[in-house]
Design a protein around this ligand. Sequence first.
Ligand SMILES: [Zn+2]
Length: 409
Amino acid sequence: MQILSIPEKPLKKHVSIAAGEHLIGEFVGDPHGATLIVFGSVHGNEAGGALALQKAAKMLPAFLPKLRGRIYFLAGNTRAIAKSVRFIDADLNRHWTAENVHHNRADSPIRTKRAEDFEQTELLTILDNILKTAQAEVYALDLHSTSADGVPFATVGDTLRNRDFAQQFPITILLGIEEQLDGTILEYLNNLGAVTLGYEGGQHYAEQTVKNHEALCWLALVNSGILRREDLPDFEKHEENLKNVTGKPRIVEIRYRHAISEADDFKMELGFDNFRRVRRGEILANDRHGEIRANESGLILMPLYQKLGEDGFFLGREVAPVWLRLSGFLRRLKIAKLMRFLPGVRKSPFDDETLEINTRVARLFPLQIFHLFGFRKRRWHNDKLIVSRRKFDTKSPFVKRSAVSGEKY
Ligand SMILES: [Zn+2]
């Protein structure tokens, strides 16, 4: 991967975005068509995202007569972008919890002074308006980059609609990471019914990262149906670009997240790239308690080589496409509705998409069974395992029932 020769954060000087100025571009062709929202630089030190959106926004006016939908390019954490830091007071990509969203709506009486609360209020105002006026499918992309060099990849919250969309791109897909993190901007939109795709486009300061982000945006315009393939002369060029940087696209399932806090004094061992194979027991990092070893063999993902962050690293495993097809097939059959009748399993009284599993009774079922049906998010409550899956797995709340595209799912 090509790294710019300017030593210090070379991309920073190209992105000039004032605090609170989120809208990089708005392009509305047919207002009845699909909506594509793309976020760049939700982490302020990841300049490549906003930069790519600025570049694409310059080109888009020429395509306006051909747009069969609506496009919104949004800068993420504008106050952090100005300082080229990941965030000011709180990670904006862990900020979208129900509580924060409630407090940070423009009409909420409860206001705090954290920079990211202002960011959230501004973004909510924009997003509310976009979603309120959507008349067909809503797609949301979030462009990120990583501190370590490595192959770009997508992070996909596990709904069948997300998977179907993601698999149209020549990219490596990470399943299950969204379910490990609370409060991401895409989780917020996913829960509202949007089709979402996060993209880690490469190293923070590499010029290639901007190209990858741009390519993804252009392909997303075609894959969302907003632009016809024949109306995008550079389609092949962008596709080629992603193929070249991705290599063979893989589907990897996240199995472990190593959560960290500042007090841990976490330090990754040197030399771990994304997708590097690790063996069980291998030393991956150190913190104030000592060595941290891989708890299972697999692939290492997003090792943390910067100071700020809550995720030390993730471990994952490659999934066979047949497994995905099987789970897609089963999920479409709605057999999951019958899972509540398994011994030791009952539906949560609070939420239709959540099951409570008495693990003393139900320990015969491996967790993979629940994965297969889309129940990924899990937490423990006494001796009960609580698993939830996402709403809007197969149906979009934005697509009118009469619309033909709605039948596709
Ligand atoms: Zn990021």
